[in-house]
Design a protein around this ligand. Structure first.
Ligand SMILES: [Zn+2]
Length: 241
């Protein structure tokens, strides 16, 4: 599977799909940057991202299951939309299973930075002791795992298997939510409820399950903290003599 990068901005309707890092596109960006420096761009088109106060995280996603690429992609879009609602931009990097031949520029093989999160879509056989009722698991601060078959069975119990990618996306957002909110971050309402049954699936399908205002605030703050950490690391020499 080829590495695929997709940027998801947090304002609905601004989603950029299947954004490939391509030399031509990079040089176009460079040209756009030069135009901005020279003052030839109109105010509206000059980099909205530069003025974007919302933090951005990168999620390296790997699918270890029989879920199709389309299912995972739709789930990622849904998770990105939910995190976007909370004020967090997400860049999705789809990584293949296993290490391919080392390519220095491959984002899947770069050292993890503070704004990087690793997301695994796992089959049930990889539970390794995690209870069957768990739809996912998060290991702070960087690793989120979601169980594909659990999303399938929630959708089946609701009598609608086509709901699987949506439910999987909500599970992704929940587990990434744990990474951003810290331990003990379950709540009685919203997407961070600890147990999902038919009622929660109904809320998902009606669009009634979200991060709370307080959780959204904490997610944005954690995103900012991670970005600051990364900026500090970039300024600090990686080794001293
Ligand atoms: Zn949870």
């Amino acid at each position: 599977m080829k590495t695929r990068i997709r940027q998801q901005l947090s304002t609905p309707g601004e989603t950029l799909r299947d954004k490939q890092l391509h030399p031509l596109r990079l040089s176009l960006r460079l040209a756009a940057g030069l135009l901005a420096v020279l003052g030839f761009t109109c105010a509206e088109s000059s980099s909205a991202r530069a003025a974007d106060p919302r933090p951005t995280i990168r999620v390296r996603a790997t699918n270890y299951t029989e879920a199709t690429a389309a299912t995972v992609s739709k789930a990622e879009r849904e998770a990105g939309r939910l995190l976007g609602e909370a004020g967090l931009n997400v860049v999705w990097i789809d990584c293949p299973v296993g290490q391919s031949a080392a390519v220095a520029s491959d984002p899947c093989q770069q050292p993890l930075e503070p704004t990087d999160i690793v997301l695994r879509v796992l089959p049930d056989r990889a539970r390794n002791g995690v209870q069957d009722s768990a739809f996912g698991i998060a290991v702070l601060p960087v690793l989120a795992s979601v169980y594909y078959e659990h999303a399938v069975s929630l959708a089946r119990n609701d009598g609608a298997e086509f709901e699987t990618p949506i439910i999987l996306g909500f599970v992704m957002a929940h587990e990434i939510g744990h990474l951003m909110l810290g331990s003990n971050s379950h709540s009685d309402t919203g997407i961070m409820q600890g147990q999902w049954e038919r009622k929660q699936v109904r809320q998902i399908m009606k669009g009634d399950l979200h991060f709370t205002a307080q959780q959204s605030k904490l997610i944005r703050a954690e995103g900012q903290t991670r970005m600051s950490l990364e900026a500090t690391q970039l300024r600090t020499p990686s080794s001293v003599g």
